[in-house]
Design a protein around this ligand. Structure first.
Ligand code: DOR
Ligand code: ZN
Length: 436
Protein backbone atom coordinates (compact mmCIF):
# COMPACT_ATOMS: atom_id res chain seq x y z
CA UNK A 1 0.00 0.00 0.00
CA UNK A 2 1.18 3.54 -0.82
CA UNK A 3 0.42 6.55 1.35
CA UNK A 4 1.23 9.82 -0.40
CA UNK A 5 1.01 12.56 2.18
CA UNK A 6 0.17 16.20 1.61
CA UNK A 7 0.68 16.12 -2.14
CA UNK A 8 -0.75 18.60 -4.64
CA UNK A 9 -3.24 16.45 -6.57
CA UNK A 10 -4.25 17.67 -10.02
CA UNK A 11 -7.15 15.64 -11.33
CA UNK A 12 -9.40 17.39 -13.85
CA UNK A 13 -11.86 14.46 -13.70
CA UNK A 14 -12.67 15.45 -10.11
CA UNK A 15 -11.91 19.17 -10.57
CA UNK A 16 -9.21 18.68 -7.98
CA UNK A 17 -6.14 20.87 -7.59
CA UNK A 18 -5.22 20.96 -3.93
CA UNK A 19 -3.07 19.26 -1.28
CA UNK A 20 -4.42 15.82 -0.44
CA UNK A 21 -3.47 12.49 1.07
CA UNK A 22 -3.72 9.59 -1.36
CA UNK A 23 -3.94 5.88 -0.63
CA UNK A 24 -3.16 3.29 -3.31
CA UNK A 25 -3.83 -0.39 -2.79
CA UNK A 26 -4.17 -3.43 -5.02
CA UNK A 27 -3.43 -1.49 -8.19
CA UNK A 28 -6.16 1.07 -7.56
CA UNK A 29 -6.64 4.45 -6.00
CA UNK A 30 -8.34 3.65 -2.72
CA UNK A 31 -8.95 7.04 -1.19
CA UNK A 32 -8.18 10.74 -1.59
CA UNK A 33 -8.82 13.09 1.30
CA UNK A 34 -7.37 16.18 2.89
CA UNK A 35 -6.16 14.40 6.01
CA UNK A 36 -5.62 10.85 7.11
CA UNK A 37 -4.38 9.63 10.45
CA UNK A 38 -1.87 6.84 10.81
CA UNK A 39 -4.50 4.72 12.59
CA UNK A 40 -6.91 5.08 9.67
CA UNK A 41 -4.23 4.14 7.16
CA UNK A 42 -3.07 1.11 9.15
CA UNK A 43 -6.67 -0.03 9.50
CA UNK A 44 -7.09 0.14 5.70
CA UNK A 45 -3.79 -1.69 5.16
CA UNK A 46 -4.88 -4.69 7.22
CA UNK A 47 -1.32 -5.78 7.89
CA UNK A 48 0.03 -5.01 4.44
CA UNK A 49 3.27 -2.94 4.55
CA UNK A 50 2.67 0.79 3.98
CA UNK A 51 5.17 2.83 1.97
CA UNK A 52 4.85 6.47 2.97
CA UNK A 53 5.89 9.33 0.68
CA UNK A 54 6.11 12.91 1.85
CA UNK A 55 4.57 14.79 -1.05
CA UNK A 56 5.07 18.34 0.21
CA UNK A 57 5.98 20.60 -2.71
CA UNK A 58 5.28 17.88 -5.27
CA UNK A 59 2.41 17.12 -7.64
CA UNK A 60 0.44 13.94 -8.27
CA UNK A 61 -1.68 13.56 -11.40
CA UNK A 62 -3.09 10.80 -13.60
CA UNK A 63 -0.41 9.43 -15.96
CA UNK A 64 -0.06 11.25 -19.25
CA UNK A 65 -1.58 9.55 -22.27
CA UNK A 66 0.21 10.16 -25.53
CA UNK A 67 -2.00 9.67 -28.56
CA UNK A 68 0.82 10.05 -31.08
CA UNK A 69 3.95 7.96 -30.50
CA UNK A 70 6.12 6.32 -33.15
CA UNK A 71 7.54 3.10 -31.69
CA UNK A 72 8.99 1.77 -35.00
CA UNK A 73 8.37 -1.92 -34.23
CA UNK A 74 8.00 -3.95 -36.37
CA UNK A 75 10.72 -3.21 -38.88
CA UNK A 76 12.80 -0.26 -37.75
CA UNK A 77 14.08 -1.43 -34.39
CA UNK A 78 17.36 0.40 -34.93
CA UNK A 79 15.38 3.62 -34.28
CA UNK A 80 13.19 2.36 -31.40
CA UNK A 81 11.20 -0.69 -30.35
CA UNK A 82 8.14 -1.25 -28.22
CA UNK A 83 10.18 -2.10 -25.12
CA UNK A 84 12.58 0.86 -25.38
CA UNK A 85 9.77 3.23 -26.34
CA UNK A 86 7.44 2.18 -23.55
CA UNK A 87 10.31 2.49 -21.06
CA UNK A 88 11.04 5.98 -22.38
CA UNK A 89 7.35 6.71 -21.95
CA UNK A 90 7.25 5.94 -18.23
CA UNK A 91 10.49 7.83 -17.73
CA UNK A 92 8.75 10.84 -19.23
CA UNK A 93 5.54 10.52 -17.20
CA UNK A 94 3.35 8.62 -19.70
CA UNK A 95 1.39 5.60 -18.51
CA UNK A 96 -0.26 4.96 -21.87
CA UNK A 97 0.79 5.60 -25.45
CA UNK A 98 -0.86 5.11 -28.81
CA UNK A 99 1.56 3.49 -31.25
CA UNK A 100 1.50 4.99 -34.74
CA UNK A 101 0.83 2.68 -37.65
CA UNK A 102 3.63 3.72 -40.05
CA UNK A 103 5.92 0.83 -39.17
CA UNK A 104 7.47 -1.70 -41.58
CA UNK A 105 5.19 -3.38 -42.49
CA UNK A 106 2.44 -0.88 -41.65
CA UNK A 107 -0.23 -1.98 -39.15
CA UNK A 108 -2.99 -2.71 -41.63
CA UNK A 109 -4.43 -6.02 -40.41
CA UNK A 110 -5.59 -7.64 -37.20
CA UNK A 111 -2.57 -9.94 -36.76
CA UNK A 112 -0.24 -6.96 -36.72
CA UNK A 113 -2.52 -5.05 -34.35
CA UNK A 114 -2.42 -7.98 -31.95
CA UNK A 115 1.35 -8.22 -32.31
CA UNK A 116 1.84 -4.59 -31.23
CA UNK A 117 -0.62 -4.94 -28.37
CA UNK A 118 1.05 -8.10 -27.09
CA UNK A 119 4.53 -6.65 -27.36
CA UNK A 120 3.29 -3.77 -25.23
CA UNK A 121 1.87 -6.14 -22.63
CA UNK A 122 5.07 -8.20 -22.65
CA UNK A 123 7.15 -5.06 -22.06
CA UNK A 124 5.00 -4.21 -19.03
CA UNK A 125 5.63 -0.47 -18.85
CA UNK A 126 3.26 2.09 -20.37
CA UNK A 127 0.11 0.56 -21.81
CA UNK A 128 0.50 0.38 -25.59
CA UNK A 129 -2.59 0.94 -27.73
CA UNK A 130 -2.06 0.19 -31.42
CA UNK A 131 -3.27 2.54 -34.10
CA UNK A 132 -4.16 0.83 -37.37
CA UNK A 133 -3.78 2.31 -40.82
CA UNK A 134 -6.81 3.64 -42.68
CA UNK A 135 -5.82 2.12 -46.01
CA UNK A 136 -4.07 -1.11 -46.95
CA UNK A 137 -0.32 -0.62 -47.15
CA UNK A 138 -1.01 3.05 -46.41
CA UNK A 139 -1.41 3.39 -50.15
CA UNK A 140 -4.56 5.50 -49.96
CA UNK A 141 -6.43 3.15 -52.31
CA UNK A 142 -8.38 0.57 -50.32
CA UNK A 143 -9.77 0.66 -46.77
CA UNK A 144 -8.52 -1.81 -44.14
CA UNK A 145 -10.87 -4.26 -42.38
CA UNK A 146 -11.82 -1.79 -39.68
CA UNK A 147 -14.23 -3.94 -37.67
CA UNK A 148 -11.77 -6.84 -37.55
CA UNK A 149 -8.95 -4.55 -36.46
CA UNK A 150 -11.17 -3.09 -33.77
CA UNK A 151 -11.65 -6.62 -32.40
CA UNK A 152 -7.86 -6.90 -32.38
CA UNK A 153 -7.63 -3.81 -30.19
CA UNK A 154 -6.97 -0.69 -32.27
CA UNK A 155 -7.69 2.65 -30.63
CA UNK A 156 -7.98 4.61 -33.88
CA UNK A 157 -7.08 4.56 -37.56
CA UNK A 158 -4.43 6.72 -39.20
CA UNK A 159 -2.23 6.88 -42.28
CA UNK A 160 0.04 9.26 -40.33
CA UNK A 161 3.17 10.33 -42.11
CA UNK A 162 1.09 10.42 -45.25
CA UNK A 163 -2.13 12.19 -45.98
CA UNK A 164 -5.12 10.57 -47.63
CA UNK A 165 -5.02 12.67 -50.79
CA UNK A 166 -8.25 11.37 -52.30
CA UNK A 167 -11.24 13.13 -50.73
CA UNK A 168 -13.62 10.29 -51.58
CA UNK A 169 -11.33 7.81 -49.78
CA UNK A 170 -11.30 10.09 -46.72
CA UNK A 171 -15.10 10.40 -46.85
CA UNK A 172 -15.45 6.61 -46.97
CA UNK A 173 -12.94 6.20 -44.14
CA UNK A 174 -14.94 8.53 -41.88
CA UNK A 175 -18.17 6.78 -42.86
CA UNK A 176 -16.86 3.28 -42.09
CA UNK A 177 -14.89 4.24 -38.98
CA UNK A 178 -18.11 5.73 -37.62
CA UNK A 179 -19.60 2.24 -37.58
CA UNK A 180 -16.75 1.10 -35.32
CA UNK A 181 -17.07 4.16 -33.06
CA UNK A 182 -13.36 4.91 -33.50
CA UNK A 183 -11.81 8.17 -34.73
CA UNK A 184 -9.79 8.71 -37.90
CA UNK A 185 -6.57 10.54 -37.10
CA UNK A 186 -5.62 12.79 -39.97
CA UNK A 187 -2.11 13.99 -40.85
CA UNK A 188 -3.18 17.04 -42.83
CA UNK A 189 -0.78 17.77 -45.65
CA UNK A 190 -1.55 18.38 -49.30
CA UNK A 191 1.24 16.61 -51.17
CA UNK A 192 1.33 18.94 -54.15
CA UNK A 193 1.32 22.10 -52.05
CA UNK A 194 3.98 20.70 -49.70
CA UNK A 195 6.15 19.65 -52.63
CA UNK A 196 9.70 18.78 -51.66
CA UNK A 197 9.72 21.35 -48.87
CA UNK A 198 12.04 20.97 -45.89
CA UNK A 199 10.76 23.58 -43.45
CA UNK A 200 7.93 26.11 -43.24
CA UNK A 201 7.97 28.59 -46.12
CA UNK A 202 8.67 32.09 -44.83
CA UNK A 203 11.39 34.59 -44.08
CA UNK A 204 13.55 31.99 -42.29
CA UNK A 205 13.39 29.43 -45.14
CA UNK A 206 14.17 32.13 -47.70
CA UNK A 207 17.12 33.39 -45.68
CA UNK A 208 18.59 29.89 -45.46
CA UNK A 209 17.75 28.99 -49.03
CA UNK A 210 15.78 25.91 -47.94
CA UNK A 211 12.73 24.81 -49.91
CA UNK A 212 9.59 25.80 -48.03
CA UNK A 213 6.31 24.08 -47.19
CA UNK A 214 3.54 26.70 -47.21
CA UNK A 215 1.15 26.83 -44.24
CA UNK A 216 -1.76 26.33 -46.61
CA UNK A 217 -0.50 22.78 -47.35
CA UNK A 218 -1.86 21.87 -43.92
CA UNK A 219 -4.85 24.18 -43.62
CA UNK A 220 -6.40 23.23 -46.94
CA UNK A 221 -6.66 19.58 -45.80
CA UNK A 222 -7.87 20.62 -42.35
CA UNK A 223 -10.72 22.47 -44.10
CA UNK A 224 -11.47 19.49 -46.32
CA UNK A 225 -11.47 16.98 -43.48
CA UNK A 226 -13.66 19.18 -41.28
CA UNK A 227 -16.20 19.43 -44.09
CA UNK A 228 -16.10 15.67 -44.62
CA UNK A 229 -16.53 15.03 -40.89
CA UNK A 230 -19.52 17.36 -40.88
CA UNK A 231 -21.00 15.65 -43.93
CA UNK A 232 -20.54 12.09 -42.64
CA UNK A 233 -20.96 12.64 -38.90
CA UNK A 234 -17.73 10.65 -38.48
CA UNK A 235 -15.22 11.08 -35.67
CA UNK A 236 -12.18 13.10 -36.73
CA UNK A 237 -8.98 13.72 -34.80
CA UNK A 238 -6.50 16.17 -36.33
CA UNK A 239 -2.87 15.35 -35.60
CA UNK A 240 -0.13 17.93 -34.91
CA UNK A 241 -1.92 21.16 -35.82
CA UNK A 242 0.63 23.86 -36.63
CA UNK A 243 -0.93 26.85 -38.38
CA UNK A 244 -3.01 29.85 -37.30
CA UNK A 245 -5.51 29.15 -40.06
CA UNK A 246 -5.99 25.53 -38.92
CA UNK A 247 -6.83 26.71 -35.40
CA UNK A 248 -9.37 29.16 -36.80
CA UNK A 249 -10.97 26.48 -39.00
CA UNK A 250 -11.29 24.07 -36.06
CA UNK A 251 -12.78 26.79 -33.88
CA UNK A 252 -15.48 27.42 -36.49
CA UNK A 253 -16.19 23.71 -37.04
CA UNK A 254 -16.57 23.12 -33.31
CA UNK A 255 -19.02 25.97 -33.07
CA UNK A 256 -21.09 24.10 -35.69
CA UNK A 257 -20.92 20.89 -33.66
CA UNK A 258 -18.56 18.84 -35.85
CA UNK A 259 -17.23 15.76 -34.01
CA UNK A 260 -13.59 16.85 -34.12
CA UNK A 261 -10.69 16.92 -31.70
CA UNK A 262 -7.20 18.25 -32.35
CA UNK A 263 -3.74 17.86 -30.91
CA UNK A 264 -0.65 20.04 -30.79
CA UNK A 265 2.94 18.89 -30.30
CA UNK A 266 5.16 20.44 -27.61
CA UNK A 267 7.76 21.46 -30.21
CA UNK A 268 5.19 23.59 -32.03
CA UNK A 269 4.36 25.31 -28.74
CA UNK A 270 7.98 25.96 -27.81
CA UNK A 271 9.99 26.53 -31.00
CA UNK A 272 9.41 28.36 -34.28
CA UNK A 273 10.98 28.41 -37.76
CA UNK A 274 13.54 31.02 -36.71
CA UNK A 275 15.10 28.48 -34.33
CA UNK A 276 16.16 26.25 -37.22
CA UNK A 277 19.75 26.30 -38.46
CA UNK A 278 20.84 24.58 -41.64
CA UNK A 279 23.66 22.76 -39.87
CA UNK A 280 21.40 21.06 -37.32
CA UNK A 281 18.57 18.78 -38.41
CA UNK A 282 17.14 18.20 -34.93
CA UNK A 283 14.28 20.66 -35.51
CA UNK A 284 13.49 19.26 -38.96
CA UNK A 285 10.01 17.96 -38.33
CA UNK A 286 6.76 17.43 -40.19
CA UNK A 287 4.56 19.43 -40.01
CA UNK A 288 7.34 22.00 -39.94
CA UNK A 289 7.76 24.53 -37.13
CA UNK A 290 5.64 27.58 -37.95
CA UNK A 291 6.12 31.29 -37.39
CA UNK A 292 6.19 32.91 -33.95
CA UNK A 293 2.63 34.11 -34.66
CA UNK A 294 1.51 30.52 -35.33
CA UNK A 295 3.01 29.48 -32.02
CA UNK A 296 0.93 32.13 -30.26
CA UNK A 297 -2.24 30.97 -32.06
CA UNK A 298 -1.55 27.37 -31.00
CA UNK A 299 -1.06 28.34 -27.36
CA UNK A 300 -4.25 30.39 -27.46
CA UNK A 301 -6.10 27.49 -29.13
CA UNK A 302 -4.93 25.10 -26.44
CA UNK A 303 -5.92 27.53 -23.70
CA UNK A 304 -9.44 28.07 -25.01
CA UNK A 305 -10.10 24.39 -25.80
CA UNK A 306 -10.10 24.69 -29.61
CA UNK A 307 -7.10 22.38 -29.44
CA UNK A 308 -8.06 19.54 -27.13
CA UNK A 309 -4.85 17.66 -26.51
CA UNK A 310 -1.09 17.73 -26.35
CA UNK A 311 0.70 14.79 -28.01
CA UNK A 312 4.40 14.25 -28.54
CA UNK A 313 4.67 12.86 -32.10
CA UNK A 314 7.76 11.14 -30.62
CA UNK A 315 9.62 10.34 -33.85
CA UNK A 316 12.84 8.48 -33.08
CA UNK A 317 15.55 8.29 -35.74
CA UNK A 318 19.14 7.04 -35.66
CA UNK A 319 22.04 9.42 -35.20
CA UNK A 320 23.39 8.46 -38.63
CA UNK A 321 20.11 9.45 -40.30
CA UNK A 322 19.88 12.75 -38.47
CA UNK A 323 23.56 13.48 -39.24
CA UNK A 324 22.79 13.70 -42.96
CA UNK A 325 22.61 17.09 -44.71
CA UNK A 326 19.41 19.03 -43.96
CA UNK A 327 17.73 18.09 -47.24
CA UNK A 328 18.33 14.36 -46.71
CA UNK A 329 17.72 13.86 -42.99
CA UNK A 330 14.35 12.40 -41.96
CA UNK A 331 11.65 14.53 -40.33
CA UNK A 332 11.06 13.99 -36.62
CA UNK A 333 11.89 14.84 -33.01
CA UNK A 334 12.21 12.25 -30.21
CA UNK A 335 10.46 13.65 -27.18
CA UNK A 336 8.91 11.14 -24.79
CA UNK A 337 11.50 11.72 -22.06
CA UNK A 338 11.64 15.50 -22.27
CA UNK A 339 8.21 16.68 -23.40
CA UNK A 340 6.48 17.15 -20.05
CA UNK A 341 9.43 18.92 -18.52
CA UNK A 342 9.83 21.15 -21.58
CA UNK A 343 6.15 22.14 -21.41
CA UNK A 344 6.47 22.79 -17.68
CA UNK A 345 9.52 24.98 -18.13
CA UNK A 346 8.58 26.85 -21.30
CA UNK A 347 4.82 27.24 -20.82
CA UNK A 348 3.66 26.55 -17.28
CA UNK A 349 6.38 28.38 -15.32
CA UNK A 350 6.14 31.55 -17.46
CA UNK A 351 2.36 31.53 -16.89
CA UNK A 352 1.33 30.79 -20.49
CA UNK A 353 -0.61 27.61 -19.60
CA UNK A 354 -1.94 26.33 -16.30
CA UNK A 355 -0.66 22.96 -15.12
CA UNK A 356 -4.30 21.91 -14.71
CA UNK A 357 -4.93 22.58 -18.41
CA UNK A 358 -1.79 20.62 -19.35
CA UNK A 359 -2.93 17.57 -17.37
CA UNK A 360 -6.45 17.82 -18.77
CA UNK A 361 -5.08 18.03 -22.33
CA UNK A 362 -2.50 15.28 -21.94
CA UNK A 363 -4.36 12.76 -19.79
CA UNK A 364 -8.07 13.29 -19.16
CA UNK A 365 -9.14 14.33 -22.66
CA UNK A 366 -7.11 11.66 -24.53
CA UNK A 367 -8.61 8.95 -22.27
CA UNK A 368 -12.12 10.21 -22.98
CA UNK A 369 -11.71 10.70 -26.73
CA UNK A 370 -10.04 7.35 -27.41
CA UNK A 371 -11.85 5.43 -24.69
CA UNK A 372 -8.70 4.38 -22.84
CA UNK A 373 -7.97 3.38 -19.27
CA UNK A 374 -6.61 6.22 -17.15
CA UNK A 375 -6.99 9.97 -17.16
CA UNK A 376 -8.48 10.01 -13.66
CA UNK A 377 -7.53 9.31 -10.05
CA UNK A 378 -11.07 8.75 -8.83
CA UNK A 379 -11.16 6.12 -6.07
CA UNK A 380 -11.66 2.70 -7.66
CA UNK A 381 -9.78 3.58 -10.87
CA UNK A 382 -6.47 2.05 -11.89
CA UNK A 383 -3.51 3.71 -10.19
CA UNK A 384 -1.81 4.98 -13.36
CA UNK A 385 -0.16 8.06 -11.95
CA UNK A 386 2.81 10.38 -11.83
CA UNK A 387 4.62 12.10 -9.00
CA UNK A 388 6.19 15.29 -10.36
CA UNK A 389 8.95 17.21 -8.62
CA UNK A 390 9.13 20.83 -9.82
CA UNK A 391 12.59 21.25 -8.29
CA UNK A 392 14.25 18.16 -9.71
CA UNK A 393 16.75 19.16 -12.40
CA UNK A 394 18.58 16.96 -14.84
CA UNK A 395 21.00 17.43 -17.70
CA UNK A 396 19.68 15.59 -20.78
CA UNK A 397 22.51 13.30 -21.80
CA UNK A 398 22.79 10.39 -24.24
CA UNK A 399 23.82 8.04 -21.44
CA UNK A 400 20.69 8.55 -19.38
CA UNK A 401 18.07 8.45 -22.15
CA UNK A 402 16.32 5.10 -22.28
CA UNK A 403 14.89 5.69 -25.75
CA UNK A 404 17.20 4.44 -28.49
CA UNK A 405 16.93 7.85 -30.12
CA UNK A 406 19.02 10.95 -29.45
CA UNK A 407 17.25 13.37 -31.79
CA UNK A 408 16.05 15.78 -29.11
CA UNK A 409 16.70 19.54 -29.10
CA UNK A 410 17.25 19.34 -25.33
CA UNK A 411 20.41 17.25 -25.51
CA UNK A 412 23.11 18.90 -23.40
CA UNK A 413 20.52 21.18 -21.77
CA UNK A 414 19.25 21.05 -18.20
CA UNK A 415 15.54 20.56 -17.67
CA UNK A 416 13.98 21.33 -14.33
CA UNK A 417 10.63 19.90 -13.23
CA UNK A 418 10.49 16.17 -13.88
CA UNK A 419 8.44 13.08 -13.10
CA UNK A 420 10.29 11.22 -10.33
CA UNK A 421 7.85 8.38 -9.59
CA UNK A 422 5.49 6.67 -12.02
CA UNK A 423 3.00 3.89 -11.34
CA UNK A 424 1.15 1.71 -13.83
CA UNK A 425 -1.75 -0.15 -12.22
CA UNK A 426 -0.29 0.68 -8.84
CA UNK A 427 3.06 -0.89 -9.75
CA UNK A 428 6.04 1.45 -9.43
CA UNK A 429 7.83 1.50 -12.82
CA UNK A 430 10.05 4.57 -12.45
CA UNK A 431 11.76 5.97 -9.36
CA UNK A 432 14.14 8.94 -9.16
CA UNK A 433 14.40 8.97 -12.98
CA UNK A 434 15.40 5.31 -13.17
CA UNK A 435 13.09 2.93 -15.01
CA UNK A 436 12.63 -0.15 -12.85
O1 DOR B 1 8.18 14.51 -38.23
C1 DOR B 1 7.51 13.53 -38.45
N1 DOR B 1 7.99 12.27 -38.26
N2 DOR B 1 6.27 13.68 -38.88
C2 DOR B 1 5.49 12.64 -39.29
O2 DOR B 1 4.39 12.87 -39.67
C3 DOR B 1 6.04 11.27 -39.27
C4 DOR B 1 7.13 11.14 -38.30
C5 DOR B 1 7.93 9.89 -38.47
O3 DOR B 1 7.36 8.83 -38.67
O4 DOR B 1 9.16 9.98 -38.36
ZN1 ZN C 1 2.08 13.06 -38.88
Amino acid sequence: MWWLKNIQVIDPSQKLSSPQDVLVQGGQVLEISTSMTEEEVLAEAQGEPVETINGTGKFLFPGLIDVHTHLREPGQEDKEDILSGSRAAVRGGFTAIMAMANTLPVIDNRALVEFVRRQGERAGYAQVYPIGTVTKGMQGLELVEMADMKEGGVAAFSDDGKNIQNAEMMRLALEYAKLTGLPIISHCEDKELAGEGLMRRGVASTRMGLRGIPAIAESVIVARDLLLAEETGGKLHLAHISTTESVELIRRAKAKGVDVTAEVNPHHLIFCDQDITITDTVLKVNPPLGSAADREALIEGLRDGTIDMIATDHAPHTQAEKARPFAEAPFGIASLETALSAVWQHLVLPGRLSFERVIEAWSYTPAKRFNLRGGSLKPGTSADMVLFDPDFAEMIEPATLVSKARNTPFLGKTLQGLPVMVWVEGRLVQRDRTVL
